[in-house]
Design a protein around this ligand. Sequence first.
Ligand SMILES: Nc1ncnc2c1ncn2[C@@H]1O[C@H](COP(=O)(O)OP(=O)(O)OP(=O)(O)O)[C@@H](O)[C@H]1O
Length: 229
Amino acid sequence: MSRLNVNGLCKSFNSAAETISVLDNVNLTMEAGENLSIVGPSGCGKSTLLYILGTLDFPTAGRVEIDGVEPFGLSASAVAKFRNESIGFIFQDHHLLPQLTISENVLLPALASGVPSSEVVARAEQLIADVGLSERVHHLPGQLSGGERQRVAVARGLLHRPKLLLADEPTGNLDRATTETIAELLFDLPRREGAALIVVTHSTWLAEQAGRQMRLENRQLVEGQGANL
Ligand SMILES: Nc1ncnc2c1ncn2[C@@H]1O[C@H](COP(=O)(O)OP(=O)(O)OP(=O)(O)O)[C@@H](O)[C@H]1O
C-alpha cells in the first residue's frame, strides 16, 4: 500500500466575479520513507496543495488517499482525529507558542487530547535530543534562535510518528548554514521512521537535497531533477 495516492486532484476558488483554477489533474504516489520537494513560482498553488494533502482544505475534484484512508470521505471530527494522528506539519514561521517551553511545544500535539502518557513524554525527549536541543527544554521559544526554533518545529512535527509530514518553506527565513542543519534533520528523521515527507520551497538548494524533486507548473505536478527544477 502506498503512503500517499493522489489522483486527478483539482482545486478552484470561487469569488463573486470569477472561478480561479489553481490545481488541475494533479497526480502523485509516494511510498513510506520517501521524501519529495516541490518548487514552483509564487502563487502557483504549492501551499494550496499542501493544505489539501494536510486535510486543512478540500479538493474540488479528485481522490486523495493517505495510508489507505480517504480523509475527505470522513466526518469533520473523524478528519480532525485522522489529521492529528497521521499528519505532521512544519511551517516557515514554526508556529511555536511563545508562552510554552520547548518541551511543552513539542508535546503540544499530545496535549490536545489530555495529559500525555509517559511514552509520549519520552518520545518528545528523544526528538528534542535528536534535534540537538536537550539543554534547552525549559527555555521559551523567544530565547532560541530562528534555526533552533525551526528544529523544535521539526521535533514537534514528528511527535505522533506521522505517516505524512508536510513542510511549507521550512527554511524560508534562515541563512545557508542553518538551512543545511535543518535539511539534515528534515531528510533524515522522517525517513528513519518511514514517514513520507513533502517539502515545498523556493530554495533550489533545499529542493535538490530531496530524494525526489517535482515542480508545480501550469496547475500540474511534473517530475524534475537538478537543473530542470
Ligand atoms: N482562499 C482563497 N481564495 C481565493 N484564491 C485563493 C485562496 N487561497 C489561495 N488562492 C489563490 O490560489 C493561488 C495559489 O496560492 P498558493 O498560496 O497556493 O501559492 P504558492 O505557490 O504557495 O505561493 P507562494 O510561493 O507565494 O507561497 C494564488 O493565486 C492565490 O491567490
